[in-house]
Unconditional design. Sequence first.
Length: 346
Amino acid sequence: MSKRYRVGILGATGTVGQRFVQLLEGHPQFEITAMAASDRSAGKLYSEACAWKLPGAMSESVRDLIVRPIEPPLDCDIVFSSLPSSAAREAEEAFARAGYPVISNSSSYRMDEDIPLLMPEINADHLGLIDIQREKRGFGKGFIVTNPNCAVASFAPPLAALHRRFGVEAAIVTTLQAISGAGYPGVASLDITDNVFPYIAGEEPKVETEAQKLIGTFTGIGVQKADFTISAQCFRVNVIDGHTASVRVKLRDVGTLEEVVASMREFPSLGLHSSPANFIEVTDEPTRPQPRLDRDAGSGMTITVGRVFPDNVFDYRFIALSHNTVRGAAGSAILNAELLIDRGII
Ligand code: NAP
């Protein structure tokens, strides 16, 4: 039986925090031993502080944990962070400095040049940044790794597949993002019901910059970003879970439609506990992907791509979809922790 690690969750009462609790139930490597959230929750039992919003009951094993403030020490070996970026920067650094591996969903450190922005299937070698980070920041045995923005997680995998095989020169990305991406209570019902909301604060710059780092090359001293440009528009739509991205892409070497589809279908998954059988599923069904039907593919860890066609203005177009609180948040962070254990870093 594999070693079990004690994990703590920062932002444990929120939308992503609850998804962590759900996904970690019964996990063979992890056991939740600590919860932390804001002053509103600290000191209460988790079951009192958390308004549980996922289907099914809150796990019995976490109900009686006392919610702590977001500062070390916490009774755990690994810290998962799902704090708002305003609180994350200071708290995550404090935990890393206190010797904890910090595996973050927050945007605070994603673009710092010594912090890995990870999707294990795409760039596990970026873990090489951890030694550089420890030396630069004087972290000792602690460190920070991040996963990408939830909308980036939907289109970066097919883009990475295309970049490896053909070279991506430019992409136009239009995202249709679920309500749960805004956390709880999120967008006012009167803004999102019967509506498409054309603004998500701070989102377009993230969508335009994170994929270049994620798909970039680790050189031994840093990450050389992939040299394509992205133009993004981000919309909030009346969907509970599942972010959709409509993508038009210009390639350096243009392949056939069959080659383009094969590059995505053949992109390997990993053999980690939370790895889906297929990292990228390409459907030929003309009406897919749809959030309601496809967000749970691979238990929420598969990216579903459809409507792959030649484009009249760019070279190809396609639609990509992923589950924003699983592959776009908690599930990705858990996969990152599994990778860190597999590579002997934790
Ligand atoms: P959320 O539902 O608003 O939850 C926020 C959590 O952080 C709650 O546990 C809250 O505790 C805690 N918190 C808020 N302000 C705090 C403070 N000043 N000090 C300490 N704790 C504080 O938000 P969320 O959707 O889970 O998002 C959390 C993070 O994940 C954000 O950085 C977000 O950008 C990122 N993310 C979210 C998604 C998604 O799909 N939702 C996807 C990827 C990444 P209380 O309950 O005590 O207030």
